[in-house]
Design a protein around this ligand. Sequence first.
Ligand code: C2E
Ligand code: CA
Ligand code: CA
Ligand code: CA
Length: 279
Amino acid sequence: AKHAGRDTYRFFTAQMNVDVLARLEMEKALRKAIENEEFELYYQPKVYLKTGRITGVEALIRWNRPGHGMVSPQFFIPVLEDTGLIVRVGSWVIATACKQIALWRQSSVGALQISVNVSGQQFVEGDLDGDVISALTENDIPPHLLELELTESSMMVNTERTIAILDKLKKLGVQISIDDFGTGYSSLAYLRRFPIDKLKIDIAFIRDITHNADDAALALTIIRMAHGLKMEVIAEGVETIGQLAYLRHYRCDHIQGYYFSPPVTVTELEKMLLSAKRM
Ligand code: C2E
Ligand code: CA
Ligand code: CA
Ligand code: CA
């Protein structure tokens, strides 16, 4: 047993060294990626259930890493957050999304809202309000076409500062939504303190909605609470017609998920929009 224990220990440290090296290498590659502009935004449509129309899209970052193909954000966002690089990448995401809003407004696509994911550090270390205001002004776009998706944990990094920034942006007309709603640790009281327009029900409550009564009850409760507070609701991770039927019945306002479309490139999205697919 002692022997096995020692082997386990040795294996564990060796694995840790591999992880540390891989991490350092990724950090180096990410710094280069920022210089070389290796990031790209994919867009996933959101469907407004009352009309069946696409009224907005979520911007989801991808890293086109040389020799590795498209890297999913789940592998590199945590590294960007640990290293503080997320502040620079986050500004790039906001600037790129606002440029895209302007391009679409001037094309046959028309007015389409884009939501961007925002990390907690962007509120504390970056100049989030400055970034947003300059992106809106430089591209001359109406602020309501930009939405910020915040997680409960990102709102809790520095509550006072975050509320001040959000209040300022909200006054301009920028939309605010809470991402992954229901999975964080914060209390319901913050729903009154933050200027929130929309709740996004986490995929964890949607996944088994058709056959798990507790999940269905939670989803329905979130929808009713949001409507009671004059907020809109969107469900993420909708993959089946059965899930869609439940959400429609519960009066969920918007849905997003593979059932309608995965995140796609600008070109693919434009094709989809112009072929006027309806739900
Ligand atoms: P998220 O904001 O919760 O985004 C939803 C994730 O679920 C996306 O993964 C999306 O591709 C995926 N998804 C969409 N529809 C479905 C579905 O029907 N079923 C399932 N199983 N998954 C679906 P993705 O693109 O890999 O992004 C992962 C996470 O990375 C995001 O989770 C978000 O937290 C983060 N992220 C992405 N882009 C950015 C960014 O620009 N900035 C920041 N700070 N974080 C980002
Ligand atoms: Ca999101
Ligand atoms: Ca999520
Ligand atoms: Ca998230």
